[in-house]
Design a protein around this ligand. Structure first.
Ligand code: PLP
Length: 485
């Protein structure tokens, strides 16, 4: 950690990144040469015996690595959901990894722990969450790396709460509920905590419910399970599903969860960011009745990977399940701290690993550099572009919008017209492939009710309306080519 080396290497990297972001729009969004193993052929397979200058390392990044990347920060990246980066997020990330403290316990880094408490309260308030999720109101929050980790932690909390009453043997009777639109991470989480597929109910959604999870279906399934001696444990509601951007009726689901004493989690990984704008808060209606809520500022809130906020109404249910207290972590400062105080948290007891990153400083820098107004403008800019695109699709008789857009994700496809559905699926696949191999944009697909659809997820920090207009023009050209064949 020689100060001169830090300054020199960081300056070289920052210059490299400044050039990269100046030119990122010029790179093919996906690499044109997608041959697996390409990089192995280019770079030495053994570590060098002696250290090399940073300039040489960066030359290799430029020559060998950049051409093989999918450019997630390209303004023409519309795939999956965005993974936002910003100068503020990068600065925050530099502070986080530059200071490199490990705030697993209050005593291990008091100010880092306290900043995390302040930042999660701040974020919760920005989203309009009620005080019961904030430290100031008796709840609290933590920064994880991903929704997957957040969901596993809440599943463990719910499981152990139930088993402490029912006894460990009851684990085979625990049942969790989700919809066929819920992210696969939830199923993985349930498997990890010992609730495998036979006890994982995937309830169907349909166009009639806007692909939201009908509360009546959950109620019927949970009633049936309870009558058979099973234990309805946990219900995952999603606000902004990955495939279609659908919203589950959280308030109604909360009623069902309460009826069966289930833990209700609200996964707002992508769309939670929109709730900083009052006009989108309606989609979180009922979240105030949940046990936990999570969202990823690393998706759509200008915070570089990784950062997932998890709020719980009852921190003790998390810490009862996840606390450890080994001798080697004890020290005088820790013992002296008032553990019931929101300021003196041991965040190791809110997550899976012991070690953790100083994510709070990154999110804090983003909040300070943009302010709430700047972040709202970022969200609204993308929603406005999505509105434009949705209208353009609706106005072209060859295409149809498949589900009503709620945020910045537009799901659409070529209409069936005179072809069978099989042919139209094939044509949509061809259009998507032609757009992606052109290198001029990158979109991904979804399948709903057996139909292949194209997703345009708008949200890149550099994406403007002009890029959305361009991709629409490109889609139209490729559609004309495919239809002509
Ligand atoms: N939930 C939803 C609704 C998502 O869209 C995603 C990812 O796109 C996830 C969960 C998974 O998030 P993570 O990668 O943070 O685990």
């Amino acid at each position: 950690l020689d100060p001169e080396a830090i300054a020199g290497d960081s300056r070289a990297v920052l210059d490299f990144l400044a050039d990269y972001y100046r030119d990122v729009d010029k790179y093919p969004v996906q690499p044109s040469d997608l041959k697996p193993g390409r990089l192995r052929d280019l770079i030495p397979s053994a570590a060098p015996e002696w250290g090399e200058p940073m300039e040489e390392v960066l030359d290799d990044v430029r020559q060998d690595i950049l051409p093989g990347l999918t450019h997630w920060q390209s303004p023409r990246f519309f795939a999956y959901f965005p993974a936002n980066a910003s100068a503020a997020g990068l600065a925050g990330e530099m502070l986080s990894s530059g200071l490199n403290v490990v705030p697993f316990a209050w005593a291990a880094s008091p100010a880092a722990t306290e900043l995390e408490g302040v930042v999660v309260d701040c974020m919760g308030a920005l989203l309009g969450l009620p005080p019961r999720f904030l430290f100031s109101g008796g709840g609290g929050g933590v920064l994880h790396g991903s929704t997957c980790e957040a969901v596993v932690c809440t599943l463990v909390a719910a499981r152990d709460r139930a088993l402490s009453v029912l006894g460990h043997a009851a684990i085979t009777r625990l049942v969790v509920y989700a919809s066929d639109q819920t992210h696969a991470t939830f199923q993985k989480g349930a498997r990890i905590v010992g609730i495998p597929p036979p006890n994982f109910r995937v309830l169907p959604t349909s166009a009639a419910s806007g692909y939201g999870l009908p509360a009546a279906a959950v109620r019927a399934a949970a009633d049936r399970d309870a009558a058979r001696g099973m234990v309805p444990l946990y219900l995952c509601a999603t606000v902004g599903t990955t495939g279609l951007g659908a919203v589950d009726p959280v308030r109604e689901l909360a009623g069902v969860a309460r009826r069966h004493g289930m833990w209700l989690h609200v996964d707002a990984a992508y769309a939670g960011s929109a709730a900083i704008c009052p006009e989108f808060r309606c989609h979180l209606d009922g979240a105030e009745l949940a046990d936990s809520v999570s969202m990823n500022p690393h998706k759509w809130l200008l915070t570089n990977m990784d950062c997932c906020c998890l709020w719980v109404a009852s921190p003790s249910s998390l810490t009862d399940a996840l606390s450890t207290d080994p001798e080697y972590l004890k020290n005088v400062a820790g013992a002296a701290a008032n553990k019931t105080s929101a300021a003196a948290i041991d965040y190791k007891d809110w997550q899976l690993p012991l070690s953790r990153r100083f994510r709070a400083i990154k999110l804090w820098v983003v909040l300070r550099r943009y302010g709430a107004a700047g972040l709202r403008a970022h969200i609204r800019r993308h929603v406005t572009s999505a509105e434009w695109f949705e209208k353009a699709v609706a106005a072209d008789e060859r295409f149809e919008v498949v589900v009503q857009r709620k945020f910045s994700l537009v799901c659409f496809r070529l209409r069936p017209r005179f072809q069978g559905d099989g042919a139209v699926d094939e044509n949509n696949r061809k259009i998507l492939e032609a757009v992606n191999t052109s290198g001029r944009a990158f979109l991904t697909h979804f399948v709903v009710d057996g139909r292949f659809i194209i997703r345009l997820a708008i949200g890149g920090a550099k994406t403007e309306l002009c890029h959305v207009r361009d991709v629409w023009e490109l889609l139209q050209q490729k559609a004309a080519d495919v239809l002509q064949q």
